[in-house]
Design a protein around this ligand. Structure first.
Ligand SMILES: Cc1ncc(COP(=O)(O)O)c(C=O)c1O
Length: 571
């Protein structure tokens, strides 16, 4: 039996694997002190991780990590909980990424409020399954209340509407999902069901009969979805799952630097498809038009108002992917930036992004609550017809009580608190942009809106030259391309060096939508949402990147003779 003293020396005693021991693992220890001791030990471990100074990533190599986790056989004998906790501490916590570090400004999730850890413990302890009321009583009502808040944040219907529907079990104001990917999928499944509904001619709807029969029945040659080139790859995954394939997702170009969907090009694409329809003699069904409120790579927001009108003209479902930007609606001025979001038939939002909940939880809300019936499923053993189970309206089956965290966060932080957090993020964004624009060795590569800044290091020799070549981009096209090739390689190296040095972290992507479009340009990507990041840290980060860039360029120059030749010829 396990009876070790916590905090004491490690035991090498074996555990007797008996039915009695197994049963005991499933109930609270007889002495509540013991449970609390375990808890305190665990929290200490977590706390140590946060207090630890040093880099963001541990220095262990991937190869060595692979060596630690390469036991082919599942363990057959039970181990002491304490021993496994030690293993977790030494092999997992120690080598985890310190995403809360204020110098970690490269991804969409970073620090979370400490109370989230405690809320997670509650959610896990209760182990509710949101699929059905039999396993999720109060939590089902909490989820509906939370969905009402998000619905109201986006659609701002009347108080009467929300009073009537906040706990209406006959419909769903939306879905809580595992993540933004599933939230987008949910919206597009719904769009598909609406595009090919059951009818009086005996067609039982695409949900029952599938896409091939739906196209045949309605006389369409194809079903298509429209989204900008900045659309998240989850939209492509949805295309695969829904049977239109990735080819069924038409990716519309964006305006350079601004990264908003190019409305003219969208209309041209639709016009071209309509022309092809005429030639073929069968129309295309545009199932959904997806607008983005905060693109993953650049944080920019599409013209949602214009898109809503185009979607209406096309007879398409209008979905807004606000996985990134949705939470920012709590910020002053964000509603203007996302004007038209209230016209979306459905909206995705991630709680683990700008609501600062832990990974991961998505939300998808529906403008017309009757749309939720398109997701309706029942089963004889749970989610029965006439039940009040949340699972009747969700794509996913078993789900944790994940919404406890953003639900409580909205109370603890409050709308005003979120506003302050976003004011800080906006201030950091402004500061970082200023630092970049004032520095002759950096180039700002997007027009930041929602806390995402794209930039790159540009050697002194290239800066003025590129500027003058860009005055006549057609004539100088080859030179511009050659120079950008070198700068791309340099920025990839710079990014690797930043990662190796490990005192700060920004991410990296490649965009076709900069001022050098259609050339693909490597950019660094900073996201200024960590509430612990301060102005002076941004200064340090950029100084560090600057010095690295200079060093790298000095080493690289000699190997870039050809481009240097072009440079010489131009000057
Ligand atoms: C705009 C957008 N949509 C969808 C997603 C997918 O969300 P998740 O990673 O939660 O599945 C992301 C993730 O970054 C995103 O930025």
């Amino acid at each position: 039996m396990e009876s070790l003293k916590l905090g004491g020396m490690l035991h090498d005693r074996k555990i007797e694997s008996t039915p009695e021991y197994m049963r005991k693992l499933f109930i609270m220890p007889d002495s509540s002190d013991r449970f609390v001791e375990f808890g305190v030990h665990l929290l200490d471990m977590i706390h140590d991780f946060f207090k630890e100074k040093g880099g963001i990533h541990s220095s262990i190599s991937m190869e060595d990590l692979a060596k630690i986790f390469c036991n082919i056989e599942m363990p057959s004998q039970p181990q002491l909980i304490r021993d496994v906790l030690d293993e977790i501490k030494n092999n997992i916590i120690k080598h985890s990424v310190k995403v809360a570090n204020p110098y970690y400004i490269g991804h969409m999730t970073s620090a979370i409020p400490y109370f989230m850890i405690l809320l997670e413990m509650i959610a896990v302890s209760l182990n509710q399954n949101q699929v059905k009321i039999e396993s999720a009583k109060a939590s089902s009502f909490v989820e509906r209340e939370f969905l009402c808040w998000i619905h109201q944040l986006i659609y701002r219907n009347s108080t009467e509407f929300y009073k009537k529907h906040i706990q209406n079990p006959k419909i769903a104001l939306g879905n809580i999902t595992s993540d933004g990917t599933v939230a987008n999928l949910t919206a597009l499944i719904l769009a598909m069901a609406k595009a090919f509904p059951p009818d009086r001619k005996g067609f039982r709807g695409v949900r029952v009969e599938g896409l091939a029969r739906a196209l045949d029945h309605y006389g369409y040659r194809q079903a298509l979805f429209l989204v900008s080139k900045r659309g998240h790859y989850s939209i492509c995954k949805a295309g695969t799952i829904l049977g239109v394939g990735e080819q069924g997702i038409i990716r519309v170009p964006v305006q350079p630097c601004i990264n908003k969907i190019d409305i003219n090009k969208l209309q041209c694409i639709v016009h071209k498809i309509r022309k092809e329809d005429k030639a073929v003699g069968l129309p295309t069904k545009f199932v959904a038009l997806v607008g983005i409120a905060g693109t993953t790579e650049t944080g920019n927001i599409d013209d949602l108002e214009a898109l809503s009108e185009i979607a209406r003209d096309l007879g398409a479902h209008f979905h807004v992917d606000a996985a990134w930007g949705g939470g920012a609606l709590l910020m002053d001025g964000a509603r203007d930036m996302m004007k038209g979001i209230e016209k979306a038939d459905s909206v995705t939002m991630d709680a683990h992004k700008l609501l600062y909940a832990p990974n991961s939880m998505g939300i998808c809300v529906f403008k017309d609550i009757d749309d939720s019936r398109n997701l309706y499923h029942t089963s004889n053993y749970i989610i029965r017809e006439g039940s009040v189970d949340l699972g009747r309206f969700t794509m996913e089956g078993s789900r944790s009580f994940s919404c406890l965290k953003p639900w409580a966060a909205v109370k603890i932080i409050g709308r005003h608190g979120y506003k302050l957090i976003f004011d800080h993020a906006r201030e950091l964004q402004k500061t970082f942009v200023e630092f970049i624009e004032r520095d002759t060795l950096f180039e700002l590569m997007n027009k930041p809106e929602l806390f995402i800044i794209n930039y790159r290091f540009v050697p002194e020799e290239f800066r003025t030259l590129l500027k003058s070549l860009m005055k006549n981009p057609r004539r100088n096209s080859d030179r511009i391309t050659a120079i950008n090739k070198v700068i791309n390689a340099l920025n990839i190296e710079l990014h690797k060096t930043i990662r190796d040095h490990d005192m700060s972290f920004v991410s990296r992507t490649r965009l076709e939508s900069t001022r050098y479009a259609p050339r693909k340009i490597v950019v660094l990507r900073a996201i200024t949402i960590n509430p612990n990041t301060e102005r002076y840290m941004l200064r340090q980060i950029l100084n560090e990147h600057r010095n690295m860039g200079i060093r790298l360029w000095n080493g690289m120059k000699k190997t870039c003779q050809e481009t240097m030749g072009i440079l010489a010829a131009a000057s």
